[in-house]
Design a protein around this ligand. Structure first.
Ligand code: B12
Length: 378
């Protein structure tokens, strides 16, 4: 147990808030569950999930020599209620996980350092040279079931890992190793009869407890989905312009949560409640500058402004119509399409019809023409 304890101490010193160990074959139910998720089409357009399914479902298929897996958690607990912003029509809501430095950048370096330290500790103990590999959402690894098997928490009904100490606010990372380490016991499911996360979901993305249809999830729709956001979800998206925290924030276990210890995971003041009017004006350079170091940058300016236009359409604030109108000339069809939808909701019927007469004819992109058609028909 000496090595395992030493690993936990090193992890803590590096800034990880939780560290527990499991075996490489600890998630025998995962292949079937992942296969069902894929067969139901719940991965939506994330084809990479299908392509990597075999490796994802079983750590030993990804790396046949792996014996033990050290699972790490880093607390990113917010210092205010993440749902507060949803009530403010003039701002965009960026999900808690993206209001600060990209967690991949923060965690990856620490995982590499810890992996080096594990190797050194093992060699001191007489092991000739264990191999280690680190993962933080960078390879086909099922981090949540592995974390649950290691006892970092349990997979809640929203499918994310819930911890007794940190609620829903833990980022996960994994170190695969050829070492044979003593495994920790899994944590029991403590959701009981609670349905808070399922019931709060604005788009009814949970077909059943513990199962998510990603194609309906606002996190998927605002981050992963390319092209126009399907009309049926636009209103429910509200002012969520990057990801969604509703199911996480609703969890009663958050009352035990603490705010993030890692300074790089504390919210940037300018990303806590950014004004939609200002975001709508971002060009590519300004977008890159504002979101430098944040995961939002990976979305790209056009998809982000598409989301901002949807939020403007949901604002009920006619003074924002002017911003949406400027986006009708945007080079990106997805932005123009979302702007059409926004204007159809903000302008009086006749004014919108007039705008349509001026613009629809000269529109060359079929998806934007379709926006004009369906907005006029509804
Ligand atoms: C793809 C992905 C997404 C997709 C799909 C999400 C999903 N639930 O699958 C989308 C884009 C929607 C997404 C959204 C988010 N994500 Co994401 N995502 C991932 C990723 C890359 C893979 C997840 C995966 O394997 N899905 C496949 C499905 C089949 O696996 P599963 O969710 O574990 O499904 C299990 C259940 O269905 C369960 N099950 C089925 N039936 C039953 C029955 C019972 C009784 C039980 C107990 C279980 C059970 O078994 C399945 C296998 O274990 C991981 C990183 C990684 N490599 O693991 C991050 C990850 C899951 N995401 C993360 C985060 C933070 C988010 C968001 C909160 C971001 C945001 N604020 O917008 C949201 C949360 C939405 C939600 N409720 O899931 C974190 C979660 C941390 C945690 N504490 O769990 C991860 C682990 C990244 C990380 N390294 O920290 N994500």
């Amino acid at each position: 147990m000496r090595l395992e304890r030493a690993i936990a101490e090193k992890a803590r010193a590096l800034g990880f808030d939780a560290c527990r160990i499991t075996h490489a074959d600890a998630i025998p139910e995962a292949p079937e569950r992942l296969a069902r998720f894929l067969a139901d089409g719940h991965h939506a357009t994330m084809e990479w999930m299908e392509e990597t399914a075999e490796r994802r479902a079983a750590p030993r298929v990804l790396w046949q020599d792996v014996r033990s897996i050290v699972m790490l958690g880093m607390n990113y607990g917010p210092d205010r209620d993440p749902l507060e912003n949803l009530k403010k029509a003039d701002v965009g809501s960026i999900s808690v996980y993206a209001r600060h430095r990209d967690y991949h950048d923060v965690i990856k370096g620490k995982l590499k350092t810890l992996a080096g330290q594990i190797g050194a500790l093992a060699r001191e103990g007489g092991d000739s040279g264990p191999n280690v590999k680190v993962f933080v959402d960078t390879a086909p690894v099922m981090e949540k079931p592995l974390a649950a098997a290691a006892g970092l928490g349990w997979q809640g009904k929203h499918t994310n890992l819930v911890s007794r100490d940190f609620g829903s606010w833990l980022f996960l990372g994994a170190i695969f190793t050829t070492l044979d380490l003593a495994a920790d016991a899994p944590e029991a499911d403590r959701c009981g009869s609670c349905r808070a996360c399922l019931d709060i979901c604005p788009t009814r993305a949970f077909p059943a407890p513990y199962r998510l249809d990603a194609g309906r999830c606002i996190s998927y729709l605002t981050i992963e989905h390319k092209g126009p956001i399907p009309r049926e979800f636009r209103q429910a998206i509200g002012n969520r312009i990057y990801g969604c925290d509703d199911c996480l924030a609703a969890c009663p276990w958050n009352k035990f949560a603490e705010t993030a210890r890692e300074a790089k995971l504390k919210a940037r003041a300018d990303l806590e409640a950014p004004k939609l009017a200002e975001l709508a004006e971002l060009d590519d350079a300004a977008f890159r500058a504002l979101f430098s170091g944040s995961p939002v940058k990976r979305l790209g300016r056009d998809r982000f402004i598409r989301n901002v236009a949807i939020a403007i359409g949901n604002s009920g604030d006619a003074s924002l119509a002017e911003k949406a109108r400027a986006l009708l000339d945007d080079p990106a069809p997805d932005v123009r399409g979302a702007a059409v939808w926004a204007l159809s909701r903000l302008l009086p019927g006749e004014e919108f019809a007039g705008l349509g007469r001026e613009n629809a004819e000269r529109e060359e992109d079929p998806s934007v023409r379709e926006e004009w058609r369906s907005a006029a028909a509804s």
